[in-house]
Design a protein around this ligand. Structure first.
Ligand code: C5P
Length: 301
């Protein structure tokens, strides 16, 4: 018996960041959109807990107990008094350390897969609670679609979307560490008055209408200056996306993947070709959102 769960990547169409809190985290108004780039996590009974990974970036994925998939299995097993002896295999298509919640996807995927394999039948709220303990973006990976994340991003309100948005993602030749980008945000903001993060009404309306022009006018990412400060070459990728006709270009989450919004699927293909030819990124992917959250695709006997 094995269970496979498919989990989407995300782009943050708004990431408003407040001042650092006493616990070091930052309050956010984080508007997540799940997009159709997926990791698949397969769980199979084994002699002991182990993690393997395949995919172009597999060498960069830690296979020890720091891996969010392993941590998710351990958290559920501990709660239900189960021996966490499983093999977790990750088929990785989401960029590693890319700002697209690849690690979070594997955490949410492993949790749902283990719940199905072990028959624990944890409630949705319980699963979301475990996700929030694993990381700020993990609850959204479980839920998918579009949602506003508040607190450190883990408290979710689902959002309406009135259509499909077409994106081109440009992957960078190296990753960026999320804590390092938040530290740079703090350094750049030293001595400044940082306002409370609030979701943009225009942005939520644009999502609800499915209007790419209105969305393009409203997207924002407060972590972008920090990501550009640590990785200045990203400015060239953003400029190449704009020159190729993207309606909006921005760093995805803490980066370094850049997201380029297209008017439709054909425009996305054209922008992808131009970005690939620009020599400003490692590779390019086209994906549309909203995409469904973590989903069991193949329980097999
Ligand atoms: O929650 P998660 O483990 O994904 O967060 C990774 C790191 O990103 C945190 O340790 C913290 O440095 C930073 N972070 C933050 N504020 C948030 C979310 C993450 O400062 N709301």
């Amino acid at each position: 018996m094995s269970v496979t769960v498919r989990v989407p990547a995300k782009v943050n169409v708004q990431l408003a960041v407040g001042a650092a809190r006493a616990d070091g985290f930052h309050d956010l108004a984080n508007v997540f959109l799940a997009v159709g780039l997926y990791d698949e996590v397969t769980v199979t009974p084994a002699d002991e807990l182990r993690v393997t990974c395949e995919g172009p970036d597999a060498a960069e994925v830690p296979l020890d107990r720091t891996n969010l998939a392993a941590r998710a299995a351990l958290a559920l097993a501990e709660r239900y008094g189960i021996d966490p002896a499983v093999h977790l295999h990750i088929a990785k298509d989401i960029p590693v350390a890319g700002g697209m919640a690849g690690g979070s996807a594997d955490g949410a995927g492993a949790l749902l897969a283990c719940d199905a394999l072990w028959g624990t039948r944890a409630s949705r709220d319980e699963l979301l609670g475990i996700c929030a303990e694993l990381g700020s973006d993990v609850p959204f990976s479980l839920v998918g679609g579009a949602a506003l994340g508040t607190g450190r991003g883990e408290r979710l309100t689902p959002l309406e979307t009135g259509g499909t948005f077409h994106w081109v993602f440009a992957m960078a030749p190296r990753g960026l560490s999320t804590p390092a980008v938040f530290r740079e945000f703090d350094r750049l903001g030293e001595g400044l008055d940082i306002p409370e993060p609030v979701a943009s009404r225009e942005l939520l309306d644009a999502l609800a209408k499915g209007d790419p022009d209105a969305l393009a006018a409203a997207v924002s990412n407060d972590l972008q200056p920090a990501a550009l400060s640590l990785f200045p070459e990203l400015a060239d990728t953003l400029a190449a996306g704009r020159a190729a006709g993207a309606l909006a270009t921005l760093v995805s989450g803490s980066g370094p993947t850049t997201a380029h919004l297209a008017r439709d699927a054909d425009a996305a293909t054209e922008i992808a070709e131009a970005l690939a030819a620009s020599g400003t990124c490692k590779h390019v992917r086209v994906a549309a959102g909203p995409a469904p959250g973590a989903t069991v695709v193949a329980p097999q006997r």
